[in-house]
Each structure stands twice: as C-alpha cells, then as structure tokens.
Design a protein around this ligand. Sequence first.
Ligand SMILES: [Fe+2]
Ligand SMILES: [Fe+2]
Length: 177
Amino acid sequence: MAAAAKHPLPTDFRALDDCHQQIGQHLERLGALMDHLDREGVDDHARTEADTIERFFSTTSQRHHLDEETKVFPQLLGSTDVDLVATVRMLQQDHGWIEEDWLAIAPQLRAIAAGYNWYDPAELRHALQVFLELCREHIALEESLIYPEAKAQAEKLQRRRAALPPLVFKAGAPSSS
Ligand SMILES: [Fe+2]
Ligand SMILES: [Fe+2]
C-alpha cells in the first residue's frame, strides 16, 4: 500500500471521473432547457443555456471520448475476458452514435443560441431524449464495469512496477559508442 501511495494513480482516471460529472450536469441542463423552451420559447435564458451546452458537448465531451479511446479502452481490448471485450466494443460503437446524434442536435442549439426559433419542438424533444438516454446508459456502464476494471489493471501494473528495482548505471561504465 505504501508503494501505491508513493506512485499515485495516473490523474487521467480522476479527470475522466470529473468529466462524467460534468457530462451529467450538462445532460440535466439539456433536459431543463427543453422544458424551458416548451414553456417560454426562445428567450435570453434559453439562448445562454443553448450556447453553453452546445459548446460543452461539441468540445469537452468529444475530447472525453477520445481520451477513453486512447487511454482506457485499448488496455481492456487485450483482455481474455470475451464479455469485457464485447462491452468495450459496444461502448466504442456508442461513441459513434453519440457523436452522430450530436451532429444532428448541435445546429438546432446553435440556432436557438442565436435567437432563432425555427426548430420543430417535437423533433428536438425526441432527439434530445434519445441523446440523454444513450449518454446516461453509456456512462452508467462505464462507471459500473469499465472504469473499475481499467483502474484495477492500472493499479496492478503500478504495484508490479513499484516492486521492480530501479535501474542504476555506475558512473564511468564503458560506453558502447
Ligand atoms: Fe465513453
Ligand atoms: Fe465516459
């Protein structure tokens, strides 16, 4: 345990967890925005919210998917657990669908942010519901299965590395060049 404390987990997992919190908050805001639009239409509050939410899902959220694709999924895809590998492949597929859905939603939010109200409320509500559900299910699966598995693997590697003696070169050793 002392060795693990000397070599804390890479901050990536903390950043990924924080990002899930932020995604959750923005999903809540997205649901609230839809309700607000139904009640009040496009007013100043709707414009500001649409702008903030659109920026978040078009930037931070997409970077989060990229982080998972490069820092979390690859180590799990090498597992001998076929169910685990199948789940990771499904989550990769989810990323594609989430981004595809977002490409359809984002222009409508940008229009609302600019003060236009040409969107179709029923279509937008349906699209947002599909997006909210997919994102929430996706995050729940990552947090209940994939992140714990990835963290356990990282801790195992870290313990192994901490147990290995450090390489020491003696000064004055003959050079190969
Ligand atoms: Fe993900
Ligand atoms: Fe995630």
